[in-house]
Design a protein around this ligand. Structure first.
Ligand code: NCD
Length: 359
């Protein structure tokens, strides 16, 4: 078993992703730090989805909530979000509250000592002394991973959950997306051999970069990446999926792919990353939007997803269509994040036992 504390940062950083994943996980294969989607295999995904469904059922009763609230009553979590967020922030806050964790938050680095010139690494290392878990969203791509390495070498390793790292990854969004897909297809043959059509800003959106890699754990998935050419998916993602034996297609024709889709995953244009002003506004995105007319092209048993927030890529009239899953995704997010936090502290078997004995 490779341990992160055995490596210098340069050595760790040069490791192949499978070795990094091993370093970040516990011996049972569940993540200790949750940094990127490639850490998850079918066993850990199934374990988390199952735990999310059990937590959801347990939380329905007062006795169940009392049990859940006692699970991590002795732990504290810091939610360190220095990039705009409300839903992921509240989702993690609610997930922690369900399990009884007390939370502290940093939302604006400009009011902390970083303003006095302290490095972000030093700030986070200081904060980690007060907490048992750090949930982190930042504009910098690799900061969560670097902090995972740094905190693993300290006397008191504190787990990190990446809640969005720049343009790179958003593994917990991908977990809730997979959980939503799994629930949608569980009575219809599961996730194997499905066609997933991802649409929008695939160059700068981190959700699709994580989700497509998680879905590579299911056999026979066809991944269709639909975007205007300046916003097309990165070659690194395509290479990973091909190496996993999956089928990939890259297209600029959304309408042609809608009838083929089992799931359509819409994303917004990420213009906060524009390097020159108005860069995104000059891209013609008119053919990458879903309204009632496009819904008619989709199959009756397909689903429509979105990580939210949306702009105009899904018209509000579509919300009443039973195939629209984005509000359910939000709710699923809270349960799967509760499952991930419980797993991080190795509490899943206690949840299994309570479920078996009481429900
Ligand atoms: C996404 C994100 O932050 O990457 N939002 C989220 O967490 N639900 C998607 C986005 O901002 O477009």
């Amino acid at each position: 078993m490779k341990r992160i504390s055995d490596f210098s940062w340069q050595e760790y950083d040069a490791l192949p992703v499978a070795d990094k994943a091993e370093c970040l996980s516990r011996p049972d294969g569940m993540p200790f730090h949750t940094i990127f989607a490639q850490q998850f295999g079918r066993a850990s995904l199934d374990r988390l989805c199952d735990a999310a469904t059990k937590i959801r059922a347990i939380a329905k009763s007062r006795a169940g909530m009392e049990f859940l609230q006692g699970l991590l009553f002795h732990k504290r979590a810091m939610i360190y979000f220095t990039q705009p967020s409300s839903r992921t922030f509240l989702s993690f806050l609610s997930a922690c509250q369900i399990l009884g964790l007390r939370t502290g938050e940093v939302r604006d680095a400009s009011v902390s000592s970083e303003f006095k010139g302290e490095s972000r690494e030093d700030s986070i290392r200081t904060f980690s002394s007060y907490f048992d878990l750090i949930v982190m969203r930042t504009r910098e791509k690799g900061l969560a991973e670097r902090m995972a390495w740094a905190l693993s070498r300290s006397k008191r390793p504190v787990p990190i959950i990446n809640a969005g790292s720049g343009k790179d990854q958003h593994p917990t969004q991908a977990l809730l997306d997979v959980y939503t897909l799994q629930r949608s297809f569980e009575r219809r043959g599961g996730l194997r051999n499905r066609t997933i059509v991802y649409v929008g800003d695939l160059a700068r959106g981190r959700t699709v970069r994580s989700l497509s890699r998680l879905l590579a754990n299911y056999d026979g998935i066809r991944h269709v990446f639909v975007a205007p050419s300046p916003l097309r998916i990165g070659e690194d993602v395509l290479a990973d999926l091909r190496a996993a034996g999956q089928t990939v297609e890259v297209s600029e024709d959304m309408a042609a792919w809608l009838p083929e889709a089992d799931a359509v995953y819409m994303t917004r244009i990420q213009d906060e990353w524009d390097e020159t002003s108005g860069e995104s506004a000059r891209i013609d995105t008119s053919r990458f939007k879903i309204g009632l007319e496009q819904m008619r092209l989709m199959r009756a048993d397909a689903i429509l997803m979105h990580p939210l927030p949306r702009r105009d890529e899904i018209a509000p009239e579509v919300d009443d269509d039973p195939r629209a899953m984005y509000w359910r995704q939000v709710r699923n997010g809270m349960w799967i994040r509760a499952a991930l936090v419980a797993s991080t502290f190795d509490c899943l078997s206690r949840i299994d036992h309570w479920f078996r004995d009481n429900l």
